[in-house]
Write a protein that binds this ligand. Structure first.
Ligand SMILES: *Cc1c(COP(=O)(O)O)cnc(C)c1O
Length: 234
């Protein structure tokens, strides 16, 4: 009888323990932080396994890849009530597909995209949940609205009837260690405070495999983890 442990289940358990410890150190409850398993480049069979291990949300970064995987995942996701999130950059010409596929679009970063998502959501009678992505690290390679322009985009999105703004998202700096990460995450938390606080922007999506402890320390309510669950993407 082979009794090999399931590495995905182990990885998930390890991530949940790291989350709980980070929450405890920050004086927060572990259940205040929601885990999104980032399944980009992971094949659907392993994603199904992750769902069976209890993952409640999947994050993809490309509309086309998500659309290809969806037929395999749909039944299991519906059965478990799992959510499908877009975490990667969205081009306006993919807005229609994105609105059909995703429960939460985390990467809204321009007025033009907001208007198009609103139009496409209204067309199918959906209220599309969204997060506004903010570039908190100043890295030129990153998408996301500049912190100084966030308030205006927040107001615009709040005025659009078919969009429901749930919060803010950011990607931590590539280098600089935990201090640089914390500074970036603090910027996102301060933007939330300046724009209605947790009552109006409940979600702070920040933190990935390398830096989610720092994000939880700064108030993350949602973290997005790929590598620590599925291994290196190669
Ligand atoms: C890939 C990705 C993640 C997950 O990154 P890991 O380092 O593998 O945990 C999170 N958020 C976004 C936007 C990503 O593109």
């Amino acid at each position: 009888v082979t009794d090999r442990p399931n590495p995905l289940a182990e990885n998930l358990e390890r991530v949940r323990r790291r989350m709980a410890e980070a929450a405890r150190q920050a004086g927060r409850r572990p259940d205040e932080v929601f885990l999104v398993a980032v399944s980009k480049t992971v094949d659907p069979a392993r994603i199904l396994e992750a769902l069976r291990c209890g993952v409640l949300a999947l994050g993809e970064n490309r509309v086309q890849e998500a659309r290809d995987k969806w037929p395999v995942l749909e039944a299991e996701m519906r059965r478990r009530g799992a959510e499908f999130h877009l975490v990667g950059h969205l081009q306006t010409n993919k807005a229609k597909d994105a609105v059909r596929l995703f429960d939460l679009i985390q990467s809204l970063d321009s007025e033009r995209l907001a208007v198009e998502l609103d139009r496409r959501a209204a067309e199918i009678g959906k209220v599309q949940r969204v997060l506004i992505e903010v570039n908190t690290s100043g890295e030129l390679t990153k998408f996301g609205v500049e912190p100084g322009e966030a308030a205006l985009l927040i107001e615009t999105v709040r005025s659009l009837k078919a969009l429901q703004l749930e919060g803010l998202m950011t990607i931590g700096p590539l280098g600089g260690g935990p201090e640089a990460a914390r500074r970036a995450f603090r910027t996102l938390r301060e933007l939330r405070e300046a724009n209605g606080g947790p009552a109006r922007l409940p979600v702070l999506s920040m933190g990935m495999t390398q830096d989610f402890e720092a994000a939880i320390a700064e108030g993350a309510t949602m973290i997005r983890v790929g590598t620590a669950l599925f291994g290196d993407r190669g």
